[in-house]
Design a protein around this ligand. Structure first.
Ligand code: GAL
Length: 439
């Protein structure tokens, strides 16, 4: 098990307090076996492998903060940061799948709350429930029930939310927008008009668009626009197979994207989300519709919220919050299981979330992290999260199963080329028939 050194030291140091008599009655082998089945937390030495796709500015900094906290608590554990680049896990998810199927899981991995975990690795019986950790850490009183419900199934909890990202945000270069005397758009029609005004005023590609890594960024435009055209109930219905993608609300959502595309850079397939952010910083684009990991990116590049850049809900979605929630779970067969339990506790802790989220761009999943630690935009999002209508993202794994999201990604890649609203809506409905009705 590789944890002997610490286990002995730690146990002996504790023995005088509580467990000495019990230790005296055990053989060393019994003692080691007992350590190996501990559910109470890290064994304190050995390794810990954490798997994620957080390589971008802001996100890697947030992760590093949590590693610091872990290392402070467990200085003898060596952390391996297994990161696979590619926004939204475009490559990481495939690498993870190979490892999970090959019986070689990391000790803990980043996964979106909900379907991305429940309909895949939980269903395949590859995860351990973390219900007992959830209860012993008292997270019921700290993490909203809505989030707990998303990470639960069959009476068990399967992962711990470390944050809440907002998927429906429009970021803008504030100085540039102000200099062109254009207001941040509120509605989809405002957006089209703002893009046209900016182009007339000399910015040829005012909309920064990334689609590298499978078009998940375009899928975000789609889901945000469906939320705008149809409202929260329609959005939830269409994402659960109860309403049709051929509905006029979906064709409206696609039509808006089609209207915006002529204002976007033509090299979207060559750039990922953080490079699209860079277009705003360089002043070659004004707008980027992206989750608030963009804010973590901007601030890590010393761009100041509400001075250099601003944010509004993506067009037409004021009062609604598209939840993108990152969590960590416990795969069966984790080689350093006890250390992974300690990691999950850091992820769910006040200290962990207070250090991670200001850098990551997200707001904490816990309700007791002081808002004063966050920038003005995050503070506004924290307030809106409490009053807005919450909906789960499909592009980021919570609302729909992975096979549906991946089909939609491909379809949106086609849409960038053919811009055929009717055909795309009908193909999306085929994906719904195949993957949502049976989910
Ligand atoms: C999302 C994830 C975020 C951020 C983003 C870009 O799927 O939830 O935490 O990493 O991808 O990579």
């Amino acid at each position: 098990m590789g944890n002997e050194r610490w286990s002995r030291r730690k146990f002996v140091s504790r023995a005088g307090k509580t467990a000495g008599a019990a230790f005296l009655g055990l053989s060393f082998a019994d003692f080691l076996a007992a350590c190996g089945t501990s559910t109470s937390g890290t064994s304190g030495s050995g390794k810990l492998e954490i798997f994620s796709w957080w390589t971008g500015p802001g996100e890697k900094d947030g992760l590093a903060e949590m590693f610091k906290i872990y290392t402070k608590k467990y200085p003898s554990v060596t952390i391996t940061n297994s990161v696979v680049a590619g926004g939204a896990g475009s490559t990481a998810k495939a690498v993870l799948a190979t490892r999970m199927q090959g019986g070689n899981p990391p000790d803990s991995f980043q996964v979106h709350a909900g379907q991305e975990l429940i309909s895949s690795w939980v269903k395949a019986s590859k995860m351990e429930p973390i219900t007992s950790i959830w209860n012993s850490e008292g997270w019921d009183s700290k993490i909203p029930k809505d989030l707990k419900d998303i990470v639960s199934s069959n009476g068990d909890v399967w992962s711990v939310p470390v944050n809440v990202h907002r998927g429906n945000a429009l970021w803008y270069n504030k100085k540039l927008l102000d200099s062109k005397s254009v207001n941040p758009p509120q509605s989809a029609e405002d957006m089209t008009s703002a893009l046209s005004q900016l182009k007339a005023k000399g910015i040829t590609t005012p909309l920064a668009l990334a689609s590298k890594g499978g078009n998940w960024q375009v899928q975000m435009l789609l889901e945000n626009n469906i939320l705008a055209s149809g409202g929260a109930d329609f959005y939830k219905n269409v994402m659960s197979g109860k309403a049709s993608f051929t509905d006029s609300k979906v064709t409206q959502a696609l039509t808006w994207i089609k209207q915006w595309l002529p204002y976007a850079n033509s090299d979207s397939s060559a750039i990922d989300w953080d490079e699209a952010d860079n277009r705003l910083i360089a002043g070659t684009a004004v707008f980027h519709i992206m989750g608030d990991w963009a804010k973590g990116d901007f601030t890590s590049k010393n761009w100041v919220p509400n001075t250099d850049f601003g944010a509004v809900p993506s067009p037409g979605t004021t009062g609604k919050y598209m939840i993108v929630c990152d969590t960590f779970g416990l795969p069966k067969g984790a080689k350093d299981r006890d250390n992974a339990v300690g990691w999950l506790k850091v992820c769910g802790s006040q200290e962990g979330q207070a250090a991670f989220n200001p850098k990551k761009g997200s707001i904490p999943a816990r309700t007791d992290v002081p808002a004063s630690l966050f920038d003005a935009i995050a503070q506004q999002f924290m307030a809106e999260f409490k009053t807005d209508t919450l909906v789960p993202s499909s592009a980021h794994g919570s609302a729909t199963p992975p096979n549906f999201a991946s089909g939609v990604n491909d379809e949106m890649g086609q849409f960038l080329q053919n811009k055929d609203v009717t055909k795309t809506a009908s193909n999306l409905q085929k994906l719904s028939d195949e993957f949502l009705k049976t989910a």
